[in-house]
Design a protein around this ligand. Structure first.
Ligand SMILES: [Fe+2]
Length: 282
């Protein structure tokens, strides 16, 4: 890592080093080779790749992205999501806007299986858990398969206790479809290394100031099925890129459909094509 340019002292760097017990050499008041924090861990026997340190106080929070049509509330609480395919471990931290690690943050994940299919009947490839006292998380799953129109991605909702939900997606570097997927955003690229398992790393920044409260007396943060409400009144003609809430009705090709799950409509997700989202009512 001699060639890797130190990113300078960041509060996140120091926090991360402290949290994982790795020494961070201080030279003339500066952190030398900040990325060594994870390299040191690797030397201890755990293969972890350097992680981008992109949280400095005042930095923009992690961007939101569309929920898509396949979110399903009520996922089982588990950090290991079983499935056939290439094993994938995604880990990192969740920070507040001032780079303080946030404990008890809900992370609710959903993804396609290795063949690019979502399960909207049961809860395959879905699960939720919480950051630990250090703001750390680790998801064990499989590499999601590709499906038409999208590059490879994971979906996740994050919510600090009693705070707003952040809905976003994570991406894999080096994917050919990253350059053609209109939803893809390089700010959401994981650092990925290894092959079996693959190991992804991403640190989230929520627009939350101050430490998060204990989960008690509200052990389960409120999870809404309408993270981005955009009230619709009356029956309108279905349109791509519009936010729909459960219960909304739309007209499409002369028929009326009722929205079953809140989502942002995308091209190709016309009501007849996505029965998990729209029910024909007339
Ligand atoms: Fe998706």
């Amino acid at each position: 890592m001699e060639e890797e340019k130190p990113r300078g002292i960041t509060r996140k760097t120091l926090l991360k080093a402290a949290l994982i017990g790795a020494p961070v050499p201080l030279i003339a008041g500066k952190v030398a080779h900040a990325s060594l924090a994870r390299d040191v861990v690797a030397a201890g026997g755990t293969t972890l790749s350097p992680t981008p340190y992109n949280c400095d106080p005042g930095d923009a929070p992690t961007i939101a992205q569309t929920e898509g049509p396949y979110f399903k509330p009520g996922s089982p609480q588990r950090s290991t999501i079983p499935g056939s395919g290439t094993p994938l471990v995604v880990s990192g931290f969740v920070f507040g806007i001032n780079c303080q690690p946030l404990a008890n943050v809900l992370l609710d994940w959903w993804q396609a299986d290795t063949n690019g299919n979502y399960d909207n009947v049961t809860y395959n490839q879905r699960g939720h858990f919480y950051t630990d006292a250090n703001g750390a998380y680790k998801l064990t799953t499989i590499v999601p398969g590709l499906y038409p129109g999208r590059t490879r991605h994971l979906h996740v909702k994050l919510q600090a206790p009693n705070r707003p939900i952040l809905t976003t997606q994570l991406y894999f570097p080096g994917e050919p479809r990253n350059s053609t997927d209109t939803i893809y955003d390089p700010r959401l690229l994981m650092t990925v290394s290894g092959s079996n398992p693959k190991q992804g790393s991403y640190d989230f920044v929520l627009n939350v100031a101050g430490p998060t409260p204990s989960r008690t007396p509200t052990p389960t943060p409120t999870r809404s099925n309408t993270p981005s409400p955009s009230p619709s009144t009356g029956t309108t003609t279905w349109a791509a890129w519009k936010n729909y809430n459960a219960g909304d009705t739309v007209l499409y090709s002369g028929s009326t459909y009722r929205c079953l799950q809140s989502h942002t409509a995308l091209p190709g997700w016309e009501p007849p094509n996505v029965p998990s989202l729209w029910q024909r009512v007339g």
